[in-house]
Design a protein around this ligand. Structure first.
Ligand SMILES: Nc1ncnc2c1ncn2[C@@H]1O[C@H](COP(=O)(O)OP(=O)(O)OP(=O)(O)O)[C@@H](O)[C@H]1O
Length: 258
């Protein structure tokens, strides 16, 4: 029964593997790769079990299969591996403020720029009334530098008329997404990664899929104003975060951005 002895390091090991699996699952969720991912996890677990029970023959067959399969996996999951490395590399662990924010130690410390979410919501409401489409991504901890380069960089403090004029249909900047970081509009016309999730209802087009895509890959939140319905959707962690009225939306943004 010696294999059942647990050291602290084993627990840390298990936790780290669980986190890794969670991130891999988030990357492949909704795409065809999810079935391959589940298949691999099952084969790996069976292999480990056969090793533990010292079933030599089955364990060596599965071991060889997994060894050769690693190369095949790199080819099959090329896209996902790229996204994963991008996600790891773009997480700004270096910033002390962001690090502390993870633990909410420095909540309301007065030094950080509070996002003027009320102006953003008012702009969305106004654009919705005029059936003007918009896609706004608000950064939280994960760096968005890897997508900003696809658009035009700028540096304007958030305010309602500026947001409305960026998305005004004939404006040269209206296409693509607007990025907001630390209460500053830092990029417009940004092209976002589109989600492959097959569960997104067909009535939602590319604008909504792009918002879901970026919130799957980063911890940013997104607001989408539909050109067709005028409705503002709030998107977080790769899915629609529903609300009943604007006050509730304000509350959600206040909580999520603090
Ligand atoms: N990958 C992307 N990144 C950023 N913006 C995008 C992306 N794909 C589409 N868009 C924006 O979405 C607009 C097209 O939206 P589309 O009509 O397909 O979306 P929708 O989700 O149906 O929204 P709506 O309800 O407003 O029609 C484009 O004009 C462009 O501005």
């Amino acid at each position: 029964m010696s294999f059942l002895e647990l050291r602290i390091l084993d627990i840390i090991d298990i936790l780290l593997v669980a986190i890794l699996l969670y991130y891999v699952y988030r990357l492949v969720k909704g795409s065809a790769a999810i079935n391959i991912f589940i298949g691999i996890v099952i084969i790996y677990l069976v292999w480990k079990l056969t090793q533990l029970l010292q079933m030599e023959m089955l364990s060596s067959i599965l071991g060889q299969f997994i060894g050769a399969g690693m190369f095949a996996l790199i080819v099959v999951f090329q896209q996902e591996i790229r996204k994963f490395l991008l996600m790891v590399g773009s997480t700004n662990f270096g910033s002390r403020r962001n690090f502390l924010r993870q633990f909410k130690f420095n909540k309301n410390n007065g030094n950080q720029l509070e996002t003027d979410f009320k102006s953003i919501i008012k702009a969305c409401q106004k654009m919705g009334q005029n059936n003007t489409g918009a896609l706004i991504v608000i950064k939280r901890n994960t760096s968005l530098d890897f997508i900003k380069s696809s658009g035009d960089s700028m540096r304007i403090k958030v305010n309602q008329p500026i947001i409305e004029s960026v998305f005004y249909p004939n404006s040269p900047l209206h296409d693509g997404a607007m990025i907001i970081e630390d209460n500053t509009i830092t990029a417009t016309r940004v092209i976002l990664p589109v989600s492959n999730d097959r569960n997104i209802p067909l009535r939602f087009g590319l604008r909504h899929r792009a918002a879901i895509g970026i919130t799957e890959k980063t911890d940013a939140v997104a607001l989408v104003v539909s050109e067709e319905t005028g409705h503002t959707s709030y998107i977080k962690d790769g899915s629609f975060d529903l609300y009943d009225d604007l006050e509730e939306l304000e509350k959600k943004l206040e909580e999520d951005l603090s």
